[in-house]
Design a protein around this ligand. Structure first.
Ligand code: ZN
Length: 65
């Protein structure tokens, strides 16, 4: 009789999926050519991830598209 052997699986209370688009950072690299001080150079200010709205992850499990 091995009743009561219910394994308690550790399920996180809040399951979330890291955003595939920004990698969880909430920002996407957005290099632009800019002239600074008369010198053309690349500026990467980044831009907010429109996919996850800069949250970086989604609630629940979202399969990669
Ligand atoms: Zn994102």
């Amino acid at each position: 009789m091995n009743e009561g052997e219910e394994s308690e699986l550790e399920v996180p209370a809040e399951v979330h999926t890291v955003c595939q688009y920004c990698g969880g950072g909430g920002m996407i690299a957005d290099p632009k050519l800019a002239i600074i001080g008369g010198t053309p150079r690349t500026v990467d200010n980044g831009r907010p991830c429109a996919h996850c709205e800069t949250v970086g992850h989604f609630a629940g499990i979202v399969p990669p598209v």
